[in-house]
Design a protein around this ligand. Structure first.
Ligand code: HEM
Length: 403
């Protein structure tokens, strides 16, 4: 039997698809749930049961030894920020590096940050409340500063340097888009080089005067035992934490607040019952998933659901499509702030499950709680919000509101 392909169902650069990919996902899930898409040299996997099973399967990994990346010398600075990053290594290195940092991200450690996050959210809301025009871009003026400040504090990035974090991160994530331009690649490489140089400079400062922050801790650990954490791993993971620590949180806020504001009856339910804050945040992540898919490689020859995949085969595991699978979610296209259970895959699953999930949930809960309490007349304004034309990272250009 020939391999099932996406056929005429999938056009990842189509502007309509990029604004609303969900009808296409539904068709793929229904008609060709595991389908070959030649331009990406990958299988698209869209059903929840398959994405869930394959994320847990240790015969797949994020890095393939059978498909060594041919590093273009012009991309060398990018390879530096990947080599040793948790997202780019497998056991035993993954286990060792994760052990070195994981306690900073445990729910108990993260809960200790609650007071500081609350104070930050109140400050941002004071600022919004005092604007005479009572209008804002909720992304720039509220959603972005929260996780950027929190992760920069955790890592020990001085306030004066934080302005560069967002542009670096935005340029770097461009490299993970399958439909990227040569300009986007060049911008990602340049940002990677500057960011790595900055982190090295910061490491030297921490070495001279260590603090309580995570970069200081990693530097101390590396200096005590370079086999436990190499210098390259400190650099790559500092950059991973700084990027991952805000990127998806901002995008959940934007995509999720848009969903809430477009469903006033759901917004009213959360306002009336603070116990719905938690399930509402899970629903925001499910309904308009910020990281739509990530790749995996087959590590050893494997047959799955009738497909014979040699080592090196690439899969795109589609979290967003899985999160609207009617086999798992009743009326999946309905935004329901009380949805329970909600086994969405927005944080991934298995070995690479998001280390920042407790922190993200805390930030999102404090932010949404504060916003609903302090701005009772929050509403969309201006032109209909637009998404950036990306396949992996789904996020709005702005979110204009009045209140
Ligand atoms: C709502 C916000 C967030 C979402 C939706 C999200 C999503 C994800 C997903 C889907 C993965 C797995 C990637 C894969 O399996 O290929 C992941 C991994 C990761 N995330 Fe998050 N993330 C969020 C917030 C955060 C935060 C706040 C941090 C803080 C540092 C963070 C750090 C990481 C790291 C380090 C990994 C790699 C873990 C590993 O490979 O072991 N994320 N995230």
């Amino acid at each position: 039997m020939p391999d099932p392909t996406t056929g005429d169902r999938f056009h990842p650069t189509d502007p309509g698809f990029l604004q609303d990919p969900y009808p296409t996902h539904a068709r793929l899930r229904r008609e060709v749930p595991i389908a070959w898409y030649a331009p990406w040299d990958a299988w698209l996997v869209t059903r929840h049961s398959d994405v869930d099973a394959l994320l847990r399967d240790r015969r797949l990994g994020r890095v393939s030894t059978d498909r060594p990346k041919a590093v273009d010398p012009a991309h060398a600075p990018f390879a530096v920020i990947q080599a040793g990053s948790l997202l780019e290594i497998e056991p035993p290195d993954h286990t060792r590096v994760k052990q070195a940092v994981h306690d900073v991200f445990t729910p108990r450690h993260v809960r200790a940050l609650q007071g500081r996050i609350e104070a930050l959210v109140e400050r941002l809301l004071d600022d919004l409340e005092h604007r005479p025009e009572r209008e804002a871009d909720l992304l720039r003026d509220f959603a972005e500063p929260i996780p950027v400040t929190v992760i920069a504090d955790l890592l020990g990035v001085p306030e004066a340097d934080r302005g560069a974090l967002l542009p670096w991160s935005k340029a770097i994530i461009g490299m993970f888009e399958p439909e990227r331009s040569a300009d986007a690649e060049a911008a990602a490489v340049a940002a990677a080089g500057e960011f790595a140089a900055y982190v090295r400079h910061l490491m030297a400062a921490k070495r001279a005067a260590p603090g309580e922050d995570l970069i200081s801790r990693m530097v101390v650990m590396h200096d005590a035992d370079g086999a436990r954490l190499t210098e390259g791993e400190v650099v790559a993971n500092a950059i991973l934490f700084l990027n991952a620590g805000h990127e998806a949180v901002v995008n959940v806020s934007g995509n999720g607040l848009l969903a809430l504001l477009r469903h006033p009856e759901q917004l009213a339910r959360v306002r009336a019952d603070p116990a719905l804050l938690r399930p509402a945040i899970e629903e925001m992540m499910r309904y308009d998933t910020p990281l739509q898919f990530f790749e995996r490689f087959v590590l050893e020859d494997l047959t799955y659901a009738g497909h014979a995949w040699p080592a090196g085969t690439k899969l795109a595991l589609h979290f967003a499509a899985a999160n609207r699978d009617p086999e798992v979610f009743a009326e999946p296209d309905r935004f329901d702030v009380a949805r329970d259970p909600n086994p969405h895959l927005a944080f991934g699953l298995g070995l690479h499950y998001c280390i920042g999930a407790p922190l993200a949930r805390l930030e999102l809960g404090v932010a949404l709680g504060g916003l609903l309490r302090r701005l009772p007349d929050l509403r969309l304004t201006g032109a209909a919000p637009r998404y950036h034309p990306k396949n992996v990272f789904r996020y709005l250009t702005e979110l204009r509101v009045a209140y």
